[in-house]
Structure formats: structure tokens, C-alpha cells
Design a protein around this ligand. Structure first.
Ligand code: ATP
Length: 445
């Protein structure tokens, strides 16, 4: 975590951007503190009606780029509850630790590498020596709590790809270079979860393991750095808020021959969105050794047998969603009235369209429902009838809905509706018979 000189967001008029986004997320049903009626539960969060739509869009956009639009990557969905043997082989049981210190004065516990010699709670410098704290959640599979039934919640999705390497290879007939992608929950018993959903104990990851001939590893590492940067930029993160940071040699994980982080300029400074690593043949070799299975590729054409190297782009879905919200947040003035607007890419916005009858009039509502029925197959739609039309536009702008479709009294005569653009507020009249096509065209990229 590096502080940016000049303070957070020197180019924006919102020094309290984080608070504004957290408030908006709560107020409009993106993200709620979990178990709120019981006072919350240890920095866990629930995704509300709009949050679940947006988070799904983030994951879909990733899947589309990483799997659908390629012929060299396939997906899997591996179990969250997993055997200790996996974590022994991967090195997580021994190495997946953070340095924990206790403050002897107020008894708070901290991650030693995230504080600067004094307790952030009380300021005391009377801290214990750091000790290794394993971040994996341990539980028991089955009704008996004994050593033989110990299981772990996965702290990353990656190992699911490594242990299924041969299954995927034989069932898909892929050959290196090829990848296995997975999106799903991971769990880490973080010492200090913080910054809203940036660091939580339960979160979602989007990871891909790309298996390559060892002598091509460096080329593919750089290929994926470019691809992943382009993904964030293409979905609307401004260039000035995104950067690539290469790890120093002493910062590299035990398995890595090279790592770079995609970093976003968060309100507290530059911080990681995604890690891209050359994991070498570490994982496949470790699992081969521990399982006694051969985990290698046999190239029939050349008669060559080898253990592929792995390039891994590992991103966080929940953390990335937060970055998209921060980057999209804006306040401006339209027709002398202030509004809050999320300039979200339409592919990420919870709703792509809102159908709004001008009033609750008996004749307008049925026609509006007809329009809604036409649009629902091409876009996720909201339908809102209460309050003035201006207020309803503001409500849609605030959650990033790119298009509002208004049904007014003229619509009864000319069977046309008004389509309003969120960013320009420009309005065009479109015949009802063509509105689905018009919207699909605007949303298609
Ligand atoms: P850190 O050093 O910040 O603890 P890391 O480098 O160990 O994280 P990775 O193991 O590379 O993280 O995980 C890949 C991605 O998963 C991260 O870039 C991040 O987007 C996401 N991620 C990791 N831990 C968390 C968490 N506790 N909460 C939310 N997202 C997380």
C-alpha cells in the first residue's frame, strides 16, 4: 500500500469519496453489512438486490473475456471444502501466513507488515514480536471433530485447477498453451479486514491458470499483463487510476518467478486489484510428488513429455466491483439540479434500462408494462412508477442505469417512447416496435 503524494484523489472534489460510495452502496441496496440487525459480524458483507446484479456483471465480463471469447481456456467449478492434502502439497499449511503482532497496551492484534511500528488503535509501540498466523479457515467434514476429519475452506481457487489438471487435459484434449478458469468464493482469516469490501474474510476470486511450455513462460507472462490491463481499461477504469507494479525479488511468493500487480488508485493510495504471476512448474510438481500421480503433458507429435509452467492472472471479483464503483462515482449538475451519477459501463450497471410511465395513469401503466415485456429479454430492467419523473431519473442515474425509457401520454397516440441517456441526458423518440432492437444495439459492444 503506497500513499499517493498530494492526498487521496487530488483531482476530485470528494475527499470523502469512500464514505459517499459506502453510503450509496448501503442506501441503494448494493452492499449491506452482514447480520446488521445483530450489530454486524466481523467485517462480512451481504450483496443486496443491486449489488448481486453488479457483482454478477463483473464476473460475467471476466468470464466472457477469459473463456467465452477464446478457444484456449475452459472453466471449472471446484469444491470450496477441501482436503488438507491439497494445502500440504501447495505449501499453504506451512507458508500461508501473515505476521501477527499484539499490542501489549490495548491488546489489539495487527498485521505487522501493514503498520509502522506503533499500534494504530492506541499509538503504543509496545508490540510483541511478530509470529506466523495461518490464514486458512479450519473446520471438520463429518460429525466427528478429530484430526482425521479436518478440512479447510479454500483460501484461493487456484488449487482446484492444479488438482484437476489431468482431468481437464484428458476430457477436453487441450494442449499447452491452454488455461483453466474459475470464479468463486475464497476464505482467508484476515487479521485486519478493512476498507469496506477491499479486504474481507469471505470474498470472491476470478482466477485462471494458463499452462504453457516452460520456454514460453516469459512471453505469456507479458501477454497476460497486457490482456488484464486492457480488461480494466475497456470496462471504464480511467488510465490515470490504473497501473502495473512489478514485484521486487524479495517480495515474490515462494512459487513465483515473476509477479506484477494490477493496482488501482484507491482513496487511500495505490493498492492491488489483481496479481499476475509466473508460478513456474511449482504447483504441478508439488501435487505430483504428494499424490504420486503424473501431472505432465505428453506431446504426441514430438514425443516430448514435460511439466508445463503456469501463468496465473488472479483477480478479486468483490474488490474489483468496489474499484468500478469508486471510479464511476460522480456528482454533477443537470438543468440547475445536482445529481449523483455512476458512470458505469452498461455491461456492469445493475440495470441496463428502467421503464418509467410518466404518471400512474391507468392507461400508461399497461402500455409501460408492454414495453417492459419487450425489453426484459434484451436487458435487465427496473420498473418504477412512483414520484416525479425528474426524481426517478435521478434515482436511476445514482445507480448507473444507462437508459431510461419513458412512456408518456403521446405514447398512447404514436406508440413511441423516449429513451434518455444517463451520461448526456439526451432524449430520443423511438417507436415501441423498435425499442428492444434500439436498446440491444446500444448495449451491444
Ligand atoms: P494481500 O497481499 O493484499 O493480502 P494477496 O496478494 O495475497 O493479497 P492474492 O493471493 O494474489 O492476494 O489474491 C488474488 C486477488 O484476490 C487479490 O488481488 C484480490 O483482488 C483478491 N483478494 C485477496 N484477498 C482478498 C480479501 N481478503 N478480500 C477481498 N479480496 C481479496
Amino acid at each position: 500500500m503506497n500513499e499517493q503524494p498530494g492526498g487521496p484523489y487530488p483531482d476530485l472534489p470528494y475527499p470523502d469519496l469512500m464514505d459517499r460510495v459506502v453510503n450509496l452502496a448501503k442506501r441503494r441496496g448494493f452492499i449491506f453489512p452482514s447480520a446488521e440487525i445483530y450489530g454486524g459480524f466481523r467485517s462480512t458483507y451481504d450483496y443486496g438486490p443491486l449489488g448481486v446484479l453488479m457483482l454478477r456483471n463483473v464476473k460475467d465480463a471476466w468470464w466472457r473475456a477469459m473463456v467465452q471469447l477464446r478457444d484456449d481456456v475452459v472453466g471449472i467449478d471446484a469444491a470450496i471444502l477441501s482436503s488438507p492434502k491439497i494445502w500440504e502439497a501447495s505449501g499453504h499449511l506451512a507458508n500461508f501466513t501473515d505476521p501477527l503482532v499484539d499490542c501489549r497496551h490495548c491488546h489489539e492484534r495487527w498485521r505487522a507488515d501493514k503498520i509502522e511500528g506503533s499500534c494504530p488503535n492506541c499509538g503504543s509501540t509496545d508490540l510483541t514480536e511478530p509470529r506466523a498466523f495461518n490464514l486458512m479457515f479450519k473446520t471438520y467434514a463429518g460429525p466427528v471433530e478429530e484430526d482425521a476429519t479436518v478440512a479447510y475452506l479454500r483460501p484461493e481457487t487456484a488449487q482446484g485447477m492444479f488438482v484437476n489438471f489431468m482431468n481437464v487435459l484428458t476430457t477436453t484434449r487441450k494442449k499447452p498453451p491452454f488455461g483453466i478458469a474459475q470464479v468463486g468464493k475464497s476464505f482467508r482469516n484476515e487479521i485486519t479486514p478493512q476498507n469496506f469490501v477491499f479486504r474481507t474474510r469471505e470474498f470472491e476470486q476470478m482466477e485462471m491458470e494458463y499452462f504453457v511450455p516452460p520456454d514460453e513462460a516469459d512471453t505469456w507472462f507479458h501477454y497476460w499483463l497486457d490482456e488484464r490491463m486492457a480488461w480494466y481499461l475497456g470496462l471504464g477504469i480511467p488510465e490515470g487510476k490504473l497501473r502495473l507494479r512489478h514485484h521486487e525479488a524479495d517480495e515474490l511468493s515462494h512459487y513465483s518467478a515473476g509477479t506484477a500487480d494490477v493496482e488501482f488508485h484507491f482513496p487511500w493510495g495505490w493498492d492491488e486489484l489483481e496479481g499476475i504471476a509466473n508460478r513456474t512448474d511449482f504447483d504441478l510438481k508439488a501435487h505430483a510428488e504428494h499424490s504420486g500421480e503424473r501431472l505432465e503433458y505428453f506431446d504426441q507429435a514430438s514425443g516430448e513429455r514435460y511439466v508445463p509452467y503456469v501463468i496465473e492472472p488472479a483477480a478479486g471479483a468483490t474488490r474489483t466491483m468496489m474499484a468500478f464503483l469508486l471510479a464511476a462515482y460522480d456528482e454533477d449538475e443537470i438543468g440547475g439540479e445536482r445529481r449523483t451519477v455512476l458512470h458505469l459501463d452498461p455491461r456492469l450497471a445493475p440495470y441496463q434500462a428502467a421503464v418509467l410511465p410518466l404518471s400512474k395513469n391507468d392507461a400508461l401503466v399497461p402500455l409501460s408494462r408492454e414495453v417492459l415485456g419487450l425489453l426484459q429479454p434484451v436487458a435487465v430492467c427496473d420498473f418504477d412508477v412512483t414520484q416525479s419523473i425528474g426524481r426517478r431519473y435521478r434515482r436511476q442515474d445514482e445507480v448507473g442505469t444507462p437508459y431510461c425509457v419513458t412512456v408518456d401520454f403521446e405514447s398512447l397516440e404514436d406508440r413511441a417512447v423516449t429513451v434518455r441517456d444517463r451520461d448526456t441526458t439526451e432524449q430520443v423518440r423511438v417507436p415501441i416496435d423498435r425499442v428492444a432492437e434500439e436498446l440491444a444495439g446500444r448495449l451491444r459492444r
